[in-house]
Design a binder for this molecule. Structure first.
Ligand SMILES: [Fe+2]
Length: 388
């Protein structure tokens, strides 16, 4: 039960399934796009997917202009350069193509096409989303990874010049007009990226389910999303051509992003500085941190951890709530071994002397505010130490 008034909305249009890319022309026509800026990154260009989408667009009568200068953790300058390309090429819409980085950059480019810089003024922590008005250029999001779910999300995360941190900008107007989710585009993802991005999807669902706040709709989506990610990620890592596992992971990623409008948690606050300071892969560090944060949360989240164990079909019969919660955390540790991610942050080059700065930045990050157990800076230090 809740005493407050809540607002719920799930308005994303999603075109989902093997071959969904073929709908690109029809979706662009529906939105009145003829000359899209195709925002992607060097990796998507190198694996040939950018060319595939470009050909599909041209066959449908579109005239895309390519912009691929996007960092793995996008920075404000990428947005500046993208806007310049958007204006120079006289574009009338944006196609974001890739994982979270190109999709988030594409969202930020459509923002600054109608709103002034600097991006700092739209910072979610300063309630900057209120400054964002309707009327952004239309956007089609095409996912090539199954991770962030940015294709259905209404936020963008960019490292800003002014504060040097991954800054969340949140507004319903940032949500793409349509997400094209074609699992065939994810078939070629190498095992390491599959594991890293998939762990981001799993973490979104788990953290959303545990997050404080009243959102039974998101809770239901998060449980099913966590189950899909848990059951399909090892398959997709082992055999990248498994179209069913890829489809389920792509769906799990979108479900995670829809669910986390409820909120995330301390895993994400700890993970964000590891990307902005040490440039580590977001989903991979989420995976490393997840069991440690669940252990930290356990004393206040036992029932919800048990629910997750039930959803994931981890044995709970004959076990108490506390035992089921413990079994879930133990199973997740084993799961990380199965998908072959490095077991510690130390294995990725993080050193103990980096922890004070990381912990300070983790506290500045807003995600932990919805963590089920309140976190202090010394808790953050302890969590980094345990994951080291
Ligand atoms: Fe994430």
């Amino acid at each position: 039960m809740t005493q407050a008034i809540s607002v719920f909305s799930f308005p994303t249009r999603i075109v989902f399934g093997p071959g969904a890319l073929r709908e690109l022309g029809a979706e662009a026509e529906r939105l009145g796009i003829e000359r899209p800026l195709l925002v992607t990154d060097a990796g998507v260009v190198a694996c040939g997917i950018a060319e595939r989408v470009d050909s599909q667009a041209r066959a449908a009568g579109l005239r895309p202009a390519l912009f691929s200068d996007v960092n793995p953790n996008p920075v404000e300058n990428n947005v500046h350069d993208g806007l310049e390309a958007y204006r120079r090429e006289n574009c009338d819409g944006v196609i974001g193509l890739g994982g979270g980085s190109p999709l988030d950059t594409a969202k930020a480019i459509r923002l600054v096409a109608t709103h002034p810089f600097p991006l700092e003024q739209y910072d979610d922590q300063l309630d900057g989303g209120a400054k964002i008005r309707a009327g952004l250029p239309p956007m089609i999001a095409i996912a090539t990874t199954a991770g962030t779910g940015s294709e259905v999300g209404r936020s963008t995360v960019i490292i800003l010049k002014s504060n040097d941190r991954k800054t969340v900008i949140f507004s319903p107007h940032l949500m793409p007009d349509v997400a094209i989710a074609d699992p065939e585009l994810t078939l070629g993802m190498p095992p390491k990226i599959t594991a890293g991005t998939g762990l981001d999807a799993l973490t979104h669902n788990v953290e959303a389910y545990l997050a404080r706040g009243f959102h039974p709709l998101c809770d239901a989506i998060a449980l099913q999303g966590a189950r899909l990610a848990f059951q399909n990620l090892p398959r997709a890592v082992r055999n990248g051509r498994d179209l069913e596992a890829r489809s389920n992971m792509l769906m799990a990623a979108m479900m995670g992003a829809v669910a986390f409008q409820k909120g995330l948690g301390a895993v994400h606050s700890l993970a964000h500085p590891l990307s902005s300071i040490a440039n580590l892969h977001h989903g991979t560090v989420n995976g490393i941190l997840l069991p440690h944060v669940l252990e930290f949360n356990r004393e206040v989240s036992e029932e919800r951890l048990r629910d997750l164990a039930v959803a994931m079909e981890i044995q709970t019969s004959g076990r108490s709530t506390a035992e089921s919660a413990a079994a879930l955390i133990a199973r997740l540790r084993k799961f990380l071994e199965e998908v072959d991610i490095p077991p510690t942050l130390g294995a990725l080059g993080i050193r103990v002397e980096m922890i004070p700065l990381l912990a300070k930045k983790a506290m500045e990050d807003a995600c932990h505010q919805s963590n089920p157990r309140a976190c202090s800076e010394s808790d953050m230090v302890a969590l980094y130490q345990r994951a080291l």
